[in-house]
Design a protein around this ligand. Structure first.
Ligand code: ATP
Ligand code: MG
Length: 472
């Protein structure tokens, strides 16, 4: 039994946990009202009944005593008619007095207010007790009655018995309890109205917030909550609005980066096609023509009789072959610097820079590499990407900076390749570069793909410094 009550309470609590906040508030108000109201009714009932019983007993004693003293003479005179009149007038004048009667020493009723015959049982239910107040509670047709026995002339002439009804006091108690219940219901209804309004006031913005969250979840960031309050909900709404703005910004940035990346990939593919065309053209226009020329010269060679002429022709053929070899080497180097694969990063960069320094009269590049990185080999992917970053940075210096000097540093620190390319030229505003320019984007992407990063510091008129690191 106890177990089933407990499990019923647990299941009610579980259900209550899942209902809406408004129902929760209403439930709690009703619960609190019952929790306060029921003990109040209980204690009022107990206190009032105790007080009332005491008062009724005292009242019956007072009436009994008065009737006892008033009836002495009538008894002595045997004036039973006057005696009965006295009793009846007392009952008439007091609404709580239900009956009164007098029994003589022999236990015979000599006067009573009962017109339709005296109820014989009544005599036995109570009798005078000299030691304590003999008041007993009895059940009658009129409801509960306090029957009190009071002696006449110390019991020598008999006993007066009076019955005081509890009806009026019970009605008083009921009306008091009814008033308390009405006040409780009023208070509960008022509390329910107030708490529902508060719940509505709290819930409406929370529902709006939840709708807004769902919109953000489905990817539409153009939501703005119009909740102007300075309380916690207002703070939450303001923070939500800030969050939606930054999410929108982040999404736009992400989309822009995606577009840049797509653009980059397209351009890389286009560049590869261009490169293939260029190689095909170089092979066709230069190398194939050179070979055709050499073939003709060799064909002519067999018709020569003069050894001197033959020697001269062979020397020219040899020179043509050297040129043809140069063409092939250049093509091969532009595709993948062989020295990078054979000798490693520092050697390849050194050879590339030597080449530039040799070819350009008024431009100089200094290359500094630390002891740790020299002669050290890295993953092929790292070597080619670092090489391409330096190549692009240097070609930007040559093409855009108007500087006649560039400085390159390469080294290893804290398990990373650290590099920089610096010039003292015009510099540029990073925010203003065209979306079609892919050199800088490509350099950054290469560094990021290898788990590193690349940062550019440049200001118009103040030169450019590119720093990058690649973890090893
Ligand atoms: N060292 C530099 N000094 C001055 N301006 C530079 C430098 N590096 C880059 N810039 C500027 O930044 C722009 C973007 O460079 P980026 O390398 O991305 O593209 P690009 O060199 O114009 O074209 P490409 O895609 O062929 O590399 C350049 O057009 C130039 O205006
Ligand atoms: Mg460039």
């Amino acid at each position: 039994m106890r177990f089933s009550l407990l499990s019923a309470a647990v299941s009610i609590l579980k259900k209550f946990y899942n209902v809406s906040l408004r129902i929760k508030v209403i439930g709690l108000v009703i619960f609190a009202t019952l929790l306060l109201g029921l003990p109040v009714i209980y204690f009022v009932n107990i206190d009032f009944s105790r007080q009332n019983n005491m008062q009724l007993k005292l009242m019956s004693l007072a009436i009994g005593k008065q009737l006892s003293s008033q009836s002495v003479n009538y008894i002595l005179e045997d004036n039973f008619y006057a005696l009965e009149k006295l009793l009846k007038s007392s009952v008439k004048s007091d609404p709580d007095l239900v009956y009164a009667f007098i029994e003589n020493k022999k236990g015979e009723v000599i006067a009573s207010t009962f017109d339709g015959g005296f109820p014989a049982d009544l005599l036995k239910v109570n009798s005078f007790n000299p030691k304590s107040l003999s008041a007993v509670k009895i059940k009658t047709n009129e409801g509960l009655v306090y029957d009190t026995a009071v002696p006449i002339l110390r019991g020598r002439l008999g006993t007066v018995r009076v019955g005081i009804s509890t009806k009026r006091s019970s009605m008083l108690l009921y009306s008091l309890i009814r008033s308390i219940i009405i006040v409780m219901i009023f208070a509960a209804v008022l509390a329910i109205i107030l708490s529902s309004s508060i719940a509505w006031w709290v819930m409406t913005p929370i529902v709006k917030l939840s709708e807004a969250f769902n919109k953000v979840k489905s990817g539409s960031y153009d939501v703005k909550l119009d909740i102007k309050r300075d309380d916690e909900i207002g703070m939450l709404a303001r923070d939500f609005n800030k969050m939606a703005v930054s999410l929108k910004k982040a999404d736009e940035e992400r989309m822009e980066n995606d577009n840049l990346r797509k653009n980059f990939i397209n351009n890389v593919i286009k560049a590869q096609e261009e490169e293939r065309k260029r190689i095909a053209k170089d092979l066709h226009d230069q190398f194939a023509q050179m070979l055709a020329y050499i073939k003709i010269r060799i064909g002519l060679l067999k018709n020569l009789n003069n050894i001197e002429e033959a020697r001269e022709s062979v020397a020219q053929i040899s020179e043509e072959l050297t040129n043809a070899l140069d063409v092939v080497r250049n093509i091969a180097r532009s595709l993948m610097p062989g020295i990078l694969e054979e000798m490693g990063l520092v050697c390849a960069v050194t050879s590339y820079i030597d080449d530039i320094n040799k070819k350009s009269l008024n431009f100089k590049v200094d290359f500094y590499s630390d002891y740790d990185i020299k002669n050290k080999r890295f993953d092929q992917n790292i070597e080619i990407n670092v090489y391409r970053i330096i190549q692009e940075a240097l070609s930007n210096v040559i093409l855009h900076s108007h500087s006649n000097y560039a400085k390159i540093n390469l080294g290893i620190a804290e398990g990373k390749i650290i590099g920089s390319v610096e010039d003292y030229g015009t510099g540029f505003n990073y925010g203003l570069i065209s979306k079609d320019s892919l050199g800088i984007f490509g350099m950054t992407e290469r560094a990021k793909l290898l788990g590193g990063d690349l940062k550019i510091e440049s200001k118009t008129g103040a030169g450019t410094l590119i720093n990058f690191y690649i973890p090893l």
